[in-house]
Design a protein around this ligand. Structure first.
Ligand code: ZN
Length: 409
């Protein structure tokens, strides 16, 4: 069975991180507790970190020469995000308008106990401040239409209109014209007029949990990709090495990575320039792009390539794509596979069916921007992009072990 402590620690990380900014705050807390120093551009403590919105850079051995080891992951996950003018009523019920962030499995957001999280910009004492917000009781719900009123569902499947059918209910209409600003003001102990702007999203308030006869599996929100964020941060904290090592956690992967803090920004590139990794060191450096992989679904075996079946608890997955949807090079592949063997773990290789479009991740983007040898990896999961995903209980600890080993070449 899995090391219970590693899995529980990962549950703690994910539970603390309902939004990308919360994931960064939790990562910073862990790094600070381990002696890392917060730093701004231009200063490079030996063990340091830099947070920017929903993204984070952390490193060790900043001044040491030699090839660098980089692990990247992403803090964001698909979800429902509250619109700027969200308030509406229908049939006596208060509702919020939402946008769909990323490639969410929309059905998975129905009939769930949803909280609200993110950050709010407020005016306080004549200053503009940014406050983290987390409402962890189920204030929102998107009820599914009863089957009696949707007779086509058994033949045509569930069809959801994003504008019309996903609006969460949060209260009953009354004489007051209260809305989201009042709800936020009450939570933040401010006047409603002090709420200026926000980035807020729904999150499932159900905690991560093991499942299966022998607890072989676990279910959790945001396995993609906060599991990899946890493994990257903990591997960096635990690495006993002279090698310069970097962790880069990016926001906005689920919407293409083009943003001021996404993988397509200059964040990682600028840090690598400060580390002065160049010449031969650069050629011997390695970037491990950690993001989740699709386990073979037992009810849909034909969606996978017959020679590349992926098992839960089968060890970390190396992802390969001839069309550079994954950035894995043969050398990166070999180095990662050797690291798995060195820590006593199996590994698996994912290739998409040739007649199915392949997903992607930050690997090709950071590879193109940094020029680093790259391997795209991740742990196997089911129900990727569901509000509640599943994975094998033994795999998170293995990924942590392999990343730690790769930080100590
Ligand atoms: Zn992902």
């Amino acid at each position: 069975m899995a090391s219970p402590s590693a899995l529980d620690d990962m549950f703690g990380f994910i539970s603390a991180s309902p939004s990308p900014r919360h994931a960064v705050v939790e990562s910073c807390r862990r790094l600070r507790d381990a002696g890392f120093q917060s730093s701004s551009a231009g200063s490079l403590p030996a063990r340091g970190f830099r947070a920017r919105g929903g993204s984070l850079l952390a490193w060790i051995n900043a001044a040491k020469p030699g090839p660098v080891r980089v692990v990247t992951a992403h803090t964001d996950s698909p979800n429902l995000r509250i619109k700027p003018n969200p308030d509406s009523t229908s049939t006596g019920l208060r509702q919020f308008g939402v946008e769909v962030y990323g490639g969410a499995l929309l059905n998975s957001w129905l009939d769930r106990d949803l909280g609200i999280s993110g950050h709010v910009v407020v005016r306080h004492d004549a200053q503009i401040e940014t406050r983290l917000l987390r409402i962890d009781r189920p204030v929102l719900r998107v009820p599914q239409l009863a089957i009696h009123l949707d007779r086509d569902i058994s033949t045509k499947g569930l069809l959801l209109n994003r504008q019309q059918n996903l609006r969460p209910i949060w209260g009953i209409e009354n004489d007051s014209d209260e809305g989201l600003a009042d709800l936020l003001a009450a939570e933040l102990d401010l006047d409603a007029g002090a709420i200026l702007a926000y980035e807020l999203m729904a999150h499932d308030t159900l905690s991560p949990a093991r499942w299966g006869w022998h607890d072989e599996f676990f279910a959790s929100p945001r396995i993609d990709n906060q599991l990899s964020c946890w493994a990257a941060v903990e591997a960096l904290i635990g690495a006993d090495t002279e090698t310069p090592c970097v962790v880069a956690l990016f926001d906005h992967e689920e919407v293409g990575s083009t943003s001021a803090t996404g993988a397509d920004s200059g964040l990682l590139l600028n840090l690598l320039a400060e580390l002065t990794v160049d010449g031969a060191d650069h050629d011997r450096s390695l970037c491990i792009s950690a993001d989740c992989a699709h386990a073979t679904h037992p009810n849909y075996v034909d969606r996978h390539d017959a020679e590349h079946q992926i098992a839960l608890n089968g060890g970390p997955v190396i992802k390969v794509n001839a069309n550079e949807r994954y950035a894995t090079t043969p050398l990166g592949h070999a180095l990662f596979a050797e690291a798995c063997t060195a820590v006593g773990s199996q590994h698996q290789i994912f290739v998409s069916r040739t007649d199915l479009a392949c997903g992607s991740t930050v690997g090709p983007i950071t590879a193109a921007r940094t020029g680093l040898e790259t391997v795209d990896v991740g742990i196997a999961q089911l129900a990727m992009h569901s509000a509640r995903e599943s994975a094998g209980a033994e795999d998170p600890a293995r990924l942590l072990q392999v990343l730690t080993h790769l930080f100590c070449p």
